[in-house]
Design a protein around this ligand. Structure first.
Ligand SMILES: Cc1ncc(COP(=O)(O)O)c(C=O)c1O
Length: 405
């Protein structure tokens, strides 16, 4: 039990939550860099590009134009309209503006959706490897995360059989993330159709579809579960935001779009917890969805070039297995072959965490261990760094792994 003076205890709820492993590693990389150690961070979950100029200019205009006040709790109507129009234009999904709630990032939208939907004891199915925050958010809401181990051989994607096996009378929701953090995998239309066939048998299950990486897809086009199974619209929430596709991580702008009763519940929670996101960021968001997509396309092309390079390099390292992910800016190779080997200093590598620590401490590359994502055999490398850094990082990685025996 933790207390900070003799009488006041930290709540059980807070004690039950783990800190974000990805943020921990990024912090360690930054700390080492401050100490003058040369560290290349492949641990960050953010694009290395700057926000496109027309979006920045819209924010500057908002400041000089006096947009300094609160907006409606759910967001500026014009932005909700722009999102609704975008969903129709790009995704062929019909969600009216009053079924969209803007937030301080997709993270908040996921957290509040879970809070609005999950009661004590409800189970939430989360395919593993998963984004680190999903299970913790479910726990915060009093629910029970049910991680389902997916297989490397299936590009770490959930199969209909695995889904059905995990469903119990207590299952309240399924979280899908495509393109995926941490694996970069994308579900195809036919895979989503097959999952939907199972979900149709269980009408009490809510689907939370995290599509934050939708603009970073390399092979084919982004497919939402609602494209594959439009009949699920009355129990699917789409999560999205501006952080990844528009390189706007620091602007803190995301949203959820879904069934009206759930949207209203999320809006209620938001009205008491945070209110609307920054007015200035929202004005920038309008410019993002109504403006040119050229910079987004340029970033996508740069990410694709890096993906091809990293996958080729990883596959050339003996023992490393890596599929070529279709989206996001991560690769998640299987590195379990190195477990049981020793560092030149005689330390045994037992886990992906040991390997990540060895790589950062001895070779100056920050990665995130698969343990953090519920898949102990993997390690996540983000290629949201310059090609030059990526080349150096791959050389260090080869050196580090080949020194283990
Ligand atoms: C899968 C996934 N969902 C949501 C988020 C949160 O994004 P935002 O910056 O919009 O809060 C992230 C960020 O790392 C993510 O990787």
């Amino acid at each position: 039990m933790k207390n900070f003076n003799s009488l006041i205890m930290i709540s059980k709820r807070a004690q039950n939550i783990s800190p974000s492993e990805t943020l921990k590693i990024s912090a360690k990389a930054k700390q080492l860099a401050r100490e003058g150690v040369s560290v290349i961070s492949l641990s960050a979950g953010e694009p290395d590009f700057k926000t496109p100029a027309h979006i920045c200019n819209a924010a500057i205009d908002a400041i000089t134009g006096g947009f300094h006040g609160y907006t409606m709790n759910t967001g500026i109507p014009e932005l909700r309209e722009a999102i609704s129009a975008k969903l129709m234009r790009e995704n062929r999904i019909n969600i009216p503006a009053d079924q969209i709630v803007l937030s301080n990032g997709a993270k908040q939208s996921i957290g509040f959706t879970i809070l609005a939907a999950i009661d004590e004891g409800d189970e939430v199915i989360i395919p593993a490897p998963y984004w680190v925050s999903y299970p913790e958010m479910v726990k915060l809401a009093g629910g029970t995360p049910v991680p389902v181990k997916t297989l490397f051989a299936n590009d770490y994607k959930l199969t209909p059989e695995q889904l059905e096996e995990a469903i119990t009378p207590k299952t309240k929701a399924l979280i899908l993330c495509s393109p995926s953090n941490p694996t970069g995998s994308c579900y195809t239309r036919s895979e989503l159709k097959d999952l939907a066939k199972i979900l149709e048998k269980y009408p009490h299950i809510l689907i939370i579809s995290d599509e934050i990486y939708e603009y970073i897809v390399f092979d084919g086009e982004h497919t939402s579960i609602l494209n594959a199974a439009p009949q699920l619209i009355d129990r699917t929430v789409i999560i999205n935001g501006f952080s990844k596709g528009f390189a706007m991580t620091g602007w803190r702008l995301g949203y959820m779009a879904g069934p009206k009763p759930l949207v209203d519940a999320v809006a209620n929670i938001q009205s008491q917890e945070t209110s609307a996101p920054s007015t200035i960021s929202q004005m920038a968001g309008i410019a993002a969805y109504n403006g040119t997509m050229k910079p987004v396309e340029e970033m996508r092309i740069a990410f694709k070039e890096r993906r091809d390079f990293v996958v080729k390099e990883l596959r050339s390292i003996e023992g490393v297995e890596c599929f070529s992910p279709s989206g996001a800016f991560y690769v998640f190779p299987d590195i379990h072959v190195f477990f049981g080997r020793h560092t030149p200093e005689g330390e045994k590598i037992n886990t992906s965490t040991d390997l990540s620590l060895y790589l950062i401490d001895q070779h100056g590359i920050a990665t995130v261990p698969g343990d953090a994502f519920g898949e102990p055999d993997g390690i996540r490398l983000s290629y949201a760094v310059s090609m030059e850094d990526l080349k150096e990082a791959m050389a260090r990685l080869k050196d580090g792994l080949s020194s283990l025996n």
